[in-house]
Design a binder for this molecule. Structure first.
Ligand SMILES: [Zn+2]
Ligand SMILES: [Zn+2]
Length: 235
């Protein structure tokens, strides 16, 4: 299959079983994006325009700070803050008149705040890239029998990635293949939910005095696995 650079991460993620492949890909994209924004590209005009306009969520500000590139981060935030300040100045000045004009001014301020500070460039980049990787996943699933076999041996995906994967299968796969895909996915998700529950039950029992579950290998990272299944890779 051509486009090796694009397909290789998807093939690797599917082969690396036990963690949702799209969570693995998301984590990879997140790491690359955080490093890129604070690498040499901090001064690249098109990246600068986007970081100024969109900004970052709390989680990604923490990751950016953890890079310890304080000079690059400060430069990026200098122009980001200036952009937000310019956007918000009229609405902020309007706060003084909110008690006079009531709800109208307050909701205009809320809308402006949401537009100026409610987005995250890294989150948006991760979502776009994972969506593109799902398209590649579907192409591989359609065209490669070994890839299908690798995928079918795995335990499916997390509940966070499940809805988009179903949507992609509906648009990318022909009816017969789609039927097989959905049957496999349903089997995988049923098994994953059952296993996660049993593992967590064993972990909770292990806290009881004299429990037989103290040395049960199932309890190892059962809590992390349950959260990762529910919310996407968190731990
Ligand atoms: Zn996932
Ligand atoms: Zn974010």
């Amino acid at each position: 299959m051509k486009d090796h650079l694009e397909t290789a991460p998807v093939i690797d993620a599917v082969r690396n079983q036990g963690v949702c492949p799209f969570c693995q890909l998301r984590e990879m994209v997140e790491k690359q994006t955080v490093e890129r924004y604070l690498g040499g590209s901090v001064m690249e005009p098109d990246i600068r325009i986007r970081t100024n306009a969109v900004g970052f969520c709390r989680n990604h500000h923490q990751l950016l700070m953890a890079q310890k590139d304080y000079h690059g981060y400060a430069l990026m935030m200098q122009t980001r803050l200036r952009t937000v300040a310019e956007q918000l100045t009229p609405a902020v000045k309007g706060i003084a008149g909110i008690s006079l004009f009531g709800q109208k001014n307050a909701s205009a301020l809320q809308r402006q705040l949401a537009e100026s500070t409610g987005r995250c460039l890294i989150c948006e980049n991760m979502a776009d890239t994972v969506s593109r990787y799902m398209d590649i996943f579907m192409k591989l699933y359609r065209e490669s029998a070994p890839f299908r076999a690798d995928y079918e041996r795995g335990s499916g995906v997390c509940l966070y990635d499940l809805p988009l994967l179903i949507q992609k299968a509906q648009t990318h796969l022909m009816p017969a293949q789609r039927k097989d895909f959905m049957a496999t996915l349903s089997r995988q998700m049923t098994a994953s939910l059952g296993t996660a529950q049993e593992d967590l039950d064993a972990l909770c029992s292990s806290f009881h005095y004299g429990s037989e579950h103290k040395n049960n290998p199932r309890i190892h990272e059962a809590l992390e696995r349950a959260v990762n299944l529910l919310r996407g890779k968190t731990f």
